[in-house]
Write a protein that binds this ligand. Sequence first.
Ligand code: HEC
Ligand code: HEC
Length: 145
Amino acid sequence: MKKIISITVAAFAMAVVTSHTVIAKESVASLRGTQDIEGSSLKVTKKKLISKEGGFERNYKQQPPLIPHKIAKYKINLKNNGCLKCHSKKNHKKEKAPMLGESHFLTRDGKKLDHVSSRRYFCTQCHAPQVEANPLVKNEFEGVK
Ligand code: HEC
Ligand code: HEC
């Protein structure tokens, strides 16, 4: 019985996914437009980065918060992490910036460190700034409130 239910659920989920793909295909143009492979791609329009005071609302509890400011000037490499100049335990008060989340100090075995864990060193792996861009596809996604 359980098996039948899960097969039905899987089939339903597939039907939903397929129907969405069909809708998406109809209304979305490739970023290359109708240019063929040999031709050059369309010029990319430069979009403005959004600075948002108070930050962006999160869509769900464990979401890495979006970055509400410009980041071009902050480099992250082996010797230096520009983000930590404001977000580290040591500097965040002085810079009036939110401190790294508690999870950023844990090793993969759950051991607490006094510095940012290497798993969380490359900030932009998870945190992304936002540009003023219209969604390419209409969507009705709503975050949890
Ligand atoms: C010059 C100081 C400074 C630097 C450097 C800096 N930030 Fe920030 N950051 C801030 C401040 C101040 C805020 C709070 C802005 C607000 O809420 O109005 C913030 C907010 C954020 C937030 C949102 C937190 C939340 O809970 O909404 C994220 C994520 C973030 N920064 C990531 C980064 C990353 C990644 C870098 C490096 C690429 C970086 N920041 C570099 C000052 C800085
Ligand atoms: C592997 C993904 C990942 C990486 C890498 C990462 N973060 Fe996060 N970050 C998260 C998640 C998930 C949250 C929300 C949950 C939490 O607070 O732990 C978060 C939360 C935050 C917050 C908000 C904390 C709060 O209490 O509101 C700040 C600020 C932040 N990160 C900055 C950074 C900076 C700066 C770096 C780089 C040194 C970084 N993060 C690297 C995933 C990541």
